[in-house]
Write a protein that binds this ligand. Structure first.
Ligand code: UD1
Ligand code: MG
Length: 459
């Protein structure tokens, strides 16, 4: 039995009121349609066709190799969309056609496998996936006959008051017998409230011919469709819980999993600790014993074991084992903190290496720099890396002591175990072990306050 998959993604998505095509809105960091394509791929279809709107370049651009886009020129309904897909599908008698809407990202490969199994076992002309939903508003309802067999599906807009009470909903996911699908889809009409060609009408069409209809009932959660921003947020929340539960099963501690946002692409080790308000995105990986949060945004970054990061933003960086970041640090692309290093309060680091156990504790900008092991960078230090045309590098040797409020005008180098005097603007290299100081020397003027007061009283 060969399976050919059709993913329907050409709908207007008008209820989203969004500038993005509906099916590429991200959930848990992936476009909705990618979740659906991953699930359908698990059935090893010999062909995958994605129905798209005209000019849906953004959708076509993110399709994986092996998924063929087909344009539905006008959005006249789901059965109309299927017809366009079938134009590029050669069907053998043994083939079966899986149809999945692109706006149902929670559908799992397990459910698809179970429905395919049921479809094969019953030899049905069509198998649909249904669920009992507490609030079925907006979904097609499954109408069963006196023996409990599926008779037809009625769209919400077309229900009578009795049908509206039915809470078994149609998930929009079907498997069709390939030898019957073409003829059945051609018979769908649009004499309904929305004036659309409804794909679910194929159930009644095939049933009336005496063919078998089967239905696989699954969890309502999996069939949650995304038609509005509200539903998108609801689906994202379900994904969040799925992902967080899976990490907690693997030994990650979360103080409040409802407030932790981990994208599907992220990797965590057992023993990671996560406080509320943490967002982990992209290729981020976090090693055992690291503690994140409260309130961090971390993208495309590698966090070492035992690192401690709070109230901070990290993008494209690597943080060594037992390093400390924040509160209120911004680590930008190319920042590399060595083991046990520190980027503390109000510190920005970009394209720089901070050596093992080196510390930048307060109020500093470190850009295009290399800081040697165990160096200490005093509060308020700035690497002046930009001359208005080019960026230049600053090198600070190991165990150097950079005085508070030093400006290091790059290109410049401070040797190992060297010092800079507080408040200096360092424009020339400081040799190993030397003190570089650049500021006027201090004078004391005795009795100044008294004279100042006398002058004021005389005026
Ligand atoms: C559809 C089903 C409904 C089911 C629900 C489950 C129909 C008529 N109704 O309703 O029974 O309960 O899904 O979520 O099928 N699309 C096209 N071309 C079109 C119209 C839609 O490709 O002309 C695509 C959309 O991009 C979407 C999918 O088909 O991914 C479903 O369309 P949508 O408008 O969301 O249908 P629902 O009202 O949700
Ligand atoms: Mg929908």
């Amino acid at each position: 039995m060969a399976i050919r998959a059709v993913v329907l993604g050409a709908g207007e998505g008008s209820r989203m009121k969004s500038i993005l095509p509906k099916v590429i809105h991200p959930v848990a960091g992936r476009p909705m349609i990618e979740w659906v394509l991953n699930a359908t791929a698990s059935l090893d279809p010999v062909q995958t066709v994605v129905v798209v709107k005209p000019d849906a370049d953004q959708v076509v651009a993110m399709l994986p190799d092996g998924a063929t886009p087909v344009v539905q020129p006008k959005q006249l309904g789901t059965a109309h969309a299927l017809q366009y897909a079938l134009e590029v599908i050669p069907l053998d008698a043994e083939d079966h056609v899986l149809v999945v809407p692109a706006d149902t990202p929670l559908i799992t490969s397990d459910t698809l496998a179970e429905m395919a199994k049921l479809h094969r076992r019953t030899g049905a002309a069509v198998t649909c996936v249904t669920a009992n939903m507490e609030d079925p508003t907006g979904y097609g309802r499954v109408v069963r006959d006196g023996w409990g067999r599926v008779e037809r599906i009625v769209e919400h807009a077309d229900t009578n008051t009795h049908e509206r009470e039915i809470n078994e909903i149609n998930g929009g996911v079907y498997m069709f017998d390939g030898s019957l699908i073409r003829e059945a889809v051609a018979r769908v009409e649009r004499d309904n409230v929305q004036g659309e060609y409804y794909l679910p009408d194929m159930v009644a069409i095939l049933g009336a011919e005496g063919y078998g209809i089967s239905a696989y009932r699954t969890d309502a959660e999996e069939l949650s469709g995304v038609n509005t921003q509200d539903q998108l947020a609801g689906v994202a929340e379900i994904f969040r819980h799925r992902i967080n539960r899976a990490w907690m099963r693997d030994g990650v501690w979360m103080q409040d999993p409802g407030r932790v946002y981990i994208n599907a692409s992220v990797r965590l080790e057992a023993g990671v600790r996560i406080l509320p308000g943490v967002h982990l995105e992209g290729s981020t990986s976090v090693a055992e014993g690291a503690e994140l949060g409260p309130d961090c945004f971390i993208k495309d970054s590698r966090i070492g074991s035992g690192a401690r990061i709070w109230y901070s933003v990290l993008r494209g960086v690597s943080v060594g084992a037992d390093a400390e970041v924040g509160p209120f640090a911004s680590l930008r692309p190319g920042a590399e903190l060595g083991d046990g290093a520190k980027a503390g309060t109000f510190v920005e680091v970009k394209n720089s290496v901070v050596g093992a156990r080196a510390k930048v504790p307060h109020l500093s900008y470190v850009g295009d720099a290399e800081i040697g092991e165990e160096a200490n960078v005093g509060a308020g230090t700035i690497t002046a890396n930009y001359d208005g045309y080019d960026k230049h590098r600053t090198r600070i040797g190991s165990r150097a002591q950079i005085g508070s409020n030093t400006v290091l005008v790059a290109p410049v180098e401070v040797g190992s175990e060297a010092y800079t005097g507080a408040g200096s603007a360092i424009t020339r290299d400081v040799p190993d072990g030397a003190l570089g100081v650049e500021r006027a020397s201090q004078r004391e003027i005795p009795g100044y306050a008294k004279r100042r007061k006398a002058r004021h009283e005389a005026e």
